[in-house]
Each structure stands twice: as structure tokens, then as C-alpha cells.
Write a protein of this length. Structure first.
Lengths: 160, 386
């Protein structure tokens, strides 16, 4: 299916404006569909289970700091239908809460932990949301654009 | 080895002994974790109840470093250091993503050389995977055979770009050097030399009865679980899923060659066991040789640099490009804000997702089988932790 058809299928099933479906299919390189962070889990369930979409494979889940907003990007593909799409949600930096899609795709478990670790995005409903790459007692979220490297970590000087 | 003991331990008087769960740390320094990985095993006697992986010991802030580059080309040496046994494919993924972002076409000769390098790298990487897996299981000799052959591939890389491990060879828009004139005959020579060695390796290791007993029916990963956990590469194909990005989401010039995707069929035990993952790697090496031979025969003449500006400034936008690395789906998500510095680069490393399934496939296994299971995933911690 083309991104246009995927978008039509999605809007047909989630017509309410509360789902916040917006798309940029003429984006410079990859087309994307934006949805509301409060409804991502229902939409994800539909994307995976619908017979025509069958997005069974979550390739990647990335956080991005858009200065003032934090964004989560889901790159989905279907091994059966061989199509792919990018889904994104945006949340304000002050209250970065997104529904976890861990129950839909287990890939999200570690990827959401990584986004939490590096961006401080809170995934509600995640069973085990703790840091994954950084030490468990690290402070701050390093990939945020306003991040300041701490001078000391546990009494040790951080080299730079 | 693989049968689960269910009868409770009894004392000499016939009384049932009480067993308590115990926590056992495997790693961070352990020969079977192939790097610095800590597996926290919750064990009931000899049986593994739970596995909690702790990663991040090799975290070097790859993504943070990228945001401080002054040029897109400067990222390439960092990608080399992620999956340090398959640097060529790491570069390949990055340049494919950057070129799609820039919307440039590279000369055909470049694409052919990239494919040849990537497939040679796949063989080299699988040789390490198979050799070290043999050591994990207790077979030392195949390791030496594997490293002898890998050395010949590294020699080919060395004569091309001077480096044996971290190449910085593929650049956005081309290559750092053209291949030297005697590369093609030497590479052909290698293919002819290597083909019989795969059979030798299989006789020595793959069909060895001890090896089969240690790996068949161990760590079975069903296809639906593999897909749900985002496993890719030999991990996914070992579970019988016919999926290879070189064929299913084509990039570069892979569509010009004839080759087969190898999947696990459960020949020695169950589909998706450790032996299946091993045999997929062994058979993929044969297919890589096929691709290299075709590419060497068809390689066109030409320049190895596309016409791109010295200072690359892609238009604002974002791209997710993925390639089939020896370990699976290697994806780069690049966001550009129009400046010469990448706004955000995320590397989706295959070993990261492949490792996350370890708890699922090792529940109920023996502690000794943990080594076989962890080895069959073929992780490179440089890539897991980035």
C-alpha cells in the first residue's frame, strides 16, 4: 500500500479530530503521519491487527528534541505486505508523556527505555521503565538540546 | 542437554529438598558474552528462571557525538566503531541514508564496489560469529580455521584502504579510494579458495555430533516472537521467516544479482533453535560468495566520486534508511535542519533488538545452555551500546 492509502485507511477508522491525525506525505524524503500521544496505543493496535495494514514489525522507535517539544518517531514495516510508514507523536517538553506501545510490539520495550534514558520521555504503561544505556543513577537526559554535562558524577570528574 | 529436569531433588532418605532461587551474574567480563555484557540470571538449581540483561558498559554517546560534527562526512569514522567487526556495512548504512537525504545518485562503479565490500565484510563477520560460537560450545579448532580465512579478507581491505578493522572507506557520494588494479584478481582468487573451506567448516563444526547436541532444540525462538521483538537478520531467518532487506527493501545494486535467502528449517531439531541460526550464517557465506563473484564479473569502469559539494547541507527533512548488516536490520534515522551539522542521528542497531529477546528464549534452559543461546544471537556490544 502507498502512504496515501495507509493514511486513508487510518482516517476512515479514526475519523474523530481527537485522534489528531495529520500527515505530510510530500515531506522531502520520508512521508509521515502524526497522531495524538493519548491515542497512540489504539492506533498502534489497529495498525498491527488490520488485515490490510499488518504492520507487524516495529523497526525503530526514536526520540527527537524539537526545542520546546519532544517527539517520538515510530518506523513501522510489514513483513507480509512489504510496505512501511513513519508514525510520529509530539508532546510538550514540560509534560513528556506518551502511551507505551510495548504491549503491541515488544521491540518497543528496550527502545522506549532508550528514549526515556536519553530524552526523559515517560511512556505510560511501560512495565519496566528504567535507564538502559546510562548508569541507573545518572542525572539528566543527554540528548536534549539544552543538556548541560555535569561536572561530577559520583565524585568523579566528567572528562568533558 | 536440552531436556528440562522437572523432578524435584530428593535427599538420600527420599525427602524432597527445598530449593531456593539464586541470582548469578554472568559477566560483565565473561568469555561467552563476547564483550562487556552482564546477564543477571535468576536460577533455580541449574535451571534458568529469568534473565535480566544489563547493557551500556560500552556506551560512547555515538548519537550525541554526531550532533557536534561540523560535516556529515565526519560521522563515518564513528559508525565504524559501532559494530567493529562489520565496519564496512555500518558505513554502508550511513551513506545510503545520507545520500537519500541529499537525493544524490552515486556512480554505478561505487555501488558495485560497496556491494563487494559489504559482502566480503559479511563473510568476515560470520566467520567471527561461527568461530567464537565454536569456542563457546567447546570446539577450538574451527575458530583457527575461521580466523585464517578472515585474515585473507582483511588483507583485501588493507590493500584497498590501508586499514584492517576500521576503514572509513565509504564516503557520502563515493569512496575514499578506487580499488587497486590487482584487487579484482585477488578477490576472485579468494572466492575460489574460500568456497571449499565452507564445506570443510561445516564438516568440522556444523554437523559435528557434539555441536548438534549442544545446539539443536536449544533456545527455540518461534517466528511470531521473533517478529514481535524486532529480531532481524540470521536471528529472524533462523526462525523460518523469509525476510532479507537486500531483496525485500532493495538498496544499492542488489537487484542485479542472483542469490537465495537462507532460512532455518529445523533440520536437526525445532525451527528457530540455535543450530538453525548457525546454519543460516554458514549458508549465507556461500550466497555472499555468489554475489561477490557476479559483482566482480560485472563491475563497470568509472569515477568513484559523485559530484557533491565539499560542505554538505541537506534540505530540512528526515530519512530512515535500512540495510541488511551481518546481524540484521541496521537503520539510520537522520534529521536535518538544513545546516551542515546533523540535527539528530539515531542508529537502529540489529544486535540491540536481537538481544532483547534473550529472556524469552532462555526461560527453562540449563545454565550451560545459556552460553549456547547467548552465542547464537551473535551480539557485538559496540553496536548494542553505541
Amino acid at each position: 500500500m502507498s502512504p496515501q492509502e495507509i493514511l486513508e485507511r487510518l482516517t476512515a477508522n479514526f475519523p474523530d479530530s481527537a485522534f489528531g491525525i495529520e500527515a505530510k506525505l510530500d515531506a522531502p524524503v520520508d512521508p509521515w503521519i502524526k497522531v495524538s500521544p493519548q491515542h497512540i496505543i489504539g492506533i498502534a493496535q489497529f495498525l498491527r491487527d488490520d488485515d490490510e495494514l499488518q504492520f507487524d514489525f516495529l523497526s525503530s522507535l526514536s526520540g527527537v528534541d524539537l526545542k520546546g517539544k519532544l517527539s517520538v518517531i515510530y518506523h513501522l514495516s510489514s513483513l507480509v505486505k512489504k510496505h512501511k510508514i513513519t508514525i510520529r507523536v509530539e508532546v510538550p517538553t514540560e509534560a513528556p508523556e506518551v502511551q507505551s506501545v510495548e504491549s503491541i510490539w515488544k521491540t518497543a520495550n528496550w527502545h522506549e527505555r532508550e528514549a526515556f534514558d536519553l530524552f526523559g520521555i515517560r511512556f505510560t504503561g511501560h512495565p519496566d521503565l528504567r535507564r538502559i544505556l546510562l548508569p541507573y543513577d545518572w542525572e539528566g537526559y543527554p540528548l536534549r538540546k539544552d543538556y548541560q554535562v555535569p561536572e561530577f558524577y559520583n565524585g568523579m570528574r566528567v572528562p568533558y | 542437554m536440552s531436556e528440562i529436569i522437572t523432578t524435584p531433588a530428593t535427599s538420600s532418605t527420599g525427602r524432597t529438598l527445598r530449593t531456593e532461587e539464586m541470582i548469578l551474574n554472568m559477566g560483565p567480563q565473561h568469555p561467552a558474552t563476547h564483550g562487556v555484557l552482564r546477564l543477571e540470571l535468576v536460577v533455580d538449581g541449574e535451571i534458568v528462571v529469568d534473565v535480566i540483561p544489563h547493557i551500556g558498559y560500552l556506551h560512547r554517546c555515538f548519537e550525541k557525538h554526531c550532533e557536534h560534527m561540523t560535516n556529515y562526512q565526519q560521522v563515518i569514522p564513528y559508525t565504524d566503531r559501532m559494530d567493529y567487526v562489520a565496519s564496512m556495512t555500518n558505513e554502508f548504512g550511513y551513506v545510503v541514508a545520507a545520500e537519500r537525504l541529499l537525493k544524490i545518485q552515486v556512480p554505478e562503479r561505487v555501488e558495485y564496489i560497496r556491494v563487494i565490500m559489504a559482502e566480503l565484510q559479511r563473510i568476515a563477520s560470520h566467520l567471527i560469529a561461527i568461530g567464537t560460537y565454536g569456542i563457546d560450545i567447546g570446539a577450538f579448532t574451527p575458530f583457527l580455521y575461521c580466523f585464517r580465512d578472515r585474515e585473507k579478507i582483511l588483507d583485501l581491505f588493507e590493500m584497498t584502504c590501508g586499514a584492517r578493522l576500521l576503514y572509513n572507506y565509504m564516503w557520502v557520494g563515493g569512496l575514499s579510494h578506487d580499488i587497486p588494479p590487482d584487487f579484482i584478481p585477488k578477490a576472485k582468487e579468494f572466492c575460489a579458495y574460500f568456497k571449499p573451506n565452507i564445506k570443510e567448516l561445516n564438516d568440522l563444526l556444523t554437523y559435528n555430533e557434539i555441536f548438534v547436541k549442544r545446539t539443536a532444540n536449544v533456545g527455540v525462538l518461534p517466528a511470531d516472537v521473533a517478529i514481535n521483538y524486532g529480531c532481524s537478520g540470521p536471528m529472524l531467518r533462523g526462525s523460518g521467516v523469509d525476510w532479507d532487506l537486500r531483496r525485500d527493501d532493495p538498496y544499492s545494486v542488489y537487484h542485479k544479482f542472483e542469490w537465495d535467502v537462507c532460512v532455518g528449517k529445523g533440520e536437526m531439531g525445532t525451527v528457530g533453535d540455535c543450530w538453525d541460526r548457525h546454519i543460516v550464517r554458514a549458508r549465507e557465506m556461500e550466497q555472499s560468495v555468489r554475489i561477490i563473484e557476479q559483482a566482480l564479473a560485472q563491475i563497470p569502469e568509472g569515477d568513484v566520486h559523485a559530484a557533491i559539494p565539499k560542505r554538505i547541507r541537506p534540505n530540512p527533512g528526515e530519512v530512515y534508511a535500512r540495510i541488511e548488516s551481518p546481524r540484521g536490520e541496521l537503520g539510520y534515522y537522520i534529521v536535518s535542519d538544513g545546516s551542515a551539522t546533523p540535527y539528530r542521528i539515531k542508529a537502529r542497531s540489529p544486535a540491540f533488538s536481537n538481544l532483547s529477546v534473550i529472556n524469552e528464549i532462555s526461560k527453562g534452559a540449563m545454565i550451560a545452555d545459556m552460553v549456547a543461546i547467548a552465542g547464537s544471537i551473535d551480539i557485538v556490544l559496540g553496536e548494542v551500546d553505541r
